[in-house]
Write a protein that binds this ligand. Structure first.
Ligand code: GLU
Length: 550
């Protein structure tokens, strides 16, 4: 068969050449050891937490070696595509602070684009034509029915399933037979012609798993589908070569395709990149571990954590602890250094699926939030509440000074930084009495009563305190003590402990009762500050409500 003639018959309109592409996309001029990595999602608009994990690893490896990290949209499967899906993915990554050096950006593409596979058809066709010229690809006209019959026969004979060797009937078509079908408009795919006697082994090695032997590929896999769109395999080879990727970070479900990919890189005469096949993020389901599933697990979505109010920094730092188990030790030794300074090591990645641990994420997040300044908290809470918690947004937006004061309340205890809050949604639960509008609070409050106090005692305390709240006094606590003393509450704790039977209670009991009446809770940060933020009118209303309800 004259392969050149066949290639012209199949690709009459393709005039470009692979060497032309080599010139158009020259080798990148980077220093030794710099990684060119990419994130290559399908534009389904859905960002899986595992995708975010892969993107984080790729971006860091490029960044820390002075390389390039780019976004490539793998939109070859039009059925799965969602309108706006690409923008959604870019937005989701931006929310997590993952930035790209190159990609399909609205302000124009530079460098090695187009970065959407659907815009790279010409490039794939040039490469497929060249393979055909070299006798390494051929058109296949088999119908779905014929392929089905082949599969059945293979199942019966317990042979390997696929299109290869003697089953690959289109391998043997003559030029005339092919020409006749093309003229008749019979649809076809373009297949790789795997080596006839491919029964050897290839060695795959990566920094996590070391060397693994795998059987050589002998399947004639599809390169271009009948609509001219490439399969993942062919697009991977062509795109990662011409975008000059030198480290492919991808899910380990692709590891089994390594022999095929190696064969294709070799046939095309391209240098194969290094790979880092990363293990999936798992969860426990009963006694078994399984992958986080988009369909079953809400926590599989990267968006889930932001909705809950985890700061993106917390999620990214937690993912870092999964990616490199030595991160925590480093962080302990360098508590002041930002997580961005940690150097990720390829050979410290986990070799099997890590369990996503919510408790751990919560711990990490408490530390992260404790490290934010009040300014940072204010900005981040506003941003989150705007989308997810209108009451909090309203409160925060009304009076920045007051809002900052409430942040101080849960963030600090004297000079000590508290670590009570792990996600912004907790603020509404813990501090409903501060952030909820009064009418709503009134309707929903349920008082955490303390059996220590009788109704009469509570009523007496509230009525006495209502006469003067001393809210604007710098000596609020002193005045409370004086009020308590008049009523029979000991102002001095030591004294009270020595002689409890001589008093109705201590100053702490008096404050406790007022606290329950105002906040509904037995415990709270500084009561005076809380009441100052609420203001005299609201405090009086709360005290009246309390009296009416007990
Ligand atoms: N589009 C592929 C996927 O989402 C990309 C795999 C890769 O990174 O090569 O699985």
């Amino acid at each position: 068969m004259d392969n050149n003639k066949l290639a012209e018959l199949i690709f009459p309109d393709v005039t470009g050449t692979v060497s032309g592409l080599e010139e158009r996309f020259p080798k990148r001029n980077l220093k030794e050891g710099a990684y060119v990595t990419r994130f290559a999602p399908s534009p389904t608009g859905y960002m899986h937490i595992g995708g975010l994990y892969a993107a984080m690893i790729s971006s860091r490896l490029a960044q820390q070696t002075g390389g390039v990290f780019y976004l490539r949209i793998e939109d070859t499967d039009k059925k799965r595509e969602i309108e706006g899906g690409t923008e959604e993915i870019i937005r989701s990554l931006a929310d997590y602070g993952v930035a790209f050096d190159e990609g399909p950006f609205p302000d124009g593409e530079k460098g090695y684009g187009p970065y959407k596979q659907s815009e790279r058809r010409d490039i794939y066709r040039i490469c497929a034509k060249e393979l055909m010229k070299a006798g390494q690809a051929y058109p296949c006209f088999c119908t779905a029915k014929e392929l089905d019959a082949i599969r059945k026969e293979q199942e019966e004979k317990k042979a390997d399933i696929g299109y290869y060797g003697r089953y690959a009937s289109c391998r043997n078509l003559s030029y005339e037979q092919i020409e006749e079908k093309i003229k008749a408009g019979v649809p076809f795919v373009v297949r790789l012609k795997a080596p006839e006697n491919a029964d050897g082994h290839v060695t795959y090695s990566d920094p996590i798993r070391g060397s693994i032997q795998m059987p050589e590929n002998r399947m004639d896999l599809v390169l271009l589908k009948s609509d001219g769109i490439p399969t993942y395999h062919f697009a991977h080879v062509v795109d990662d070569h011409f975008m000059r990727t030198n480290l492919v970070v991808r899910g380990d479900e692709w590891m089994a395709s390594y022999p095929l990919h190696k064969q294709m890189f070799d046939m095309c005469g391209f240098k194969q990149p290094e790979y880092l096949h990363i293990s999936p993020i798992m969860k426990m389901d009963g006694a078994a571990k399984r992958k986080l599933s988009k369909r079953k697990d809400p926590e599989a979505a990267a968006e889930f954590y932001l909705e809950q109010g985890f700061p993106p920094e917390s999620v990214m730092e937690y993912l870092l602890t999964i990616a490199n188990s030595n991160y925590e030790e480093w962080h302990m030794k360098n508590p002041q250094k930002p997580a961005g300074e940690f150097q990720l090591s390829l050979n410290k990645m986990p070799s099997s699926g890590a369990l996503f641990d919510m408790v751990k994420l919560t711990d990490v997040s408490r530390e992260v939030i404790a490290g934010f300044t009040v300014d940072e908290c204010e900005r981040k809470i506003l941003e989150w509440a705007k989308k997810h918690e209108p009451d909090l947004y309203l409160f925060a937006g009304k009076n920045s000074g007051q809002f900052r004061e409430t942040i101080g309340l849960w963030k600090m205890s004297g000079k000590k930084v508290r670590k009570d809050v792990a996600k912004w949604s907790e603020l509404m639960q813990m501090f409903d009495y501060l952030y909820m509008p009064q009418e709503k609070f009134q309707k929903t409050v349920s008082y955490e009563m303390d059996e220590k106090y009788t109704k009469d005692q509570l009523r007496e305390a509230v009525l006495a305190y209502q006469k003067d709240l001393f809210l604007n006094s710098d000596e609020w606590f002193e005045q409370m003590k004086a009020l308590g003393e008049q009523m029979g509450y000991c102002p001095n704790m030591k004294e009270y402990k020595k002689n409890p039977q001589s008093y109705k209670g201590s100053i702490s009991d008096l404050c406790s009762m007022i606290r329950i009446a105002v906040t509904g809770h037995k415990n709270s940060p500084d009561l005076h500050t809380i009441m100052k933020v609420l203001g005299e009118e609201t405090v009086q209303q709360r005290l009246n409500d309390f009296l009416a309800r007990i």
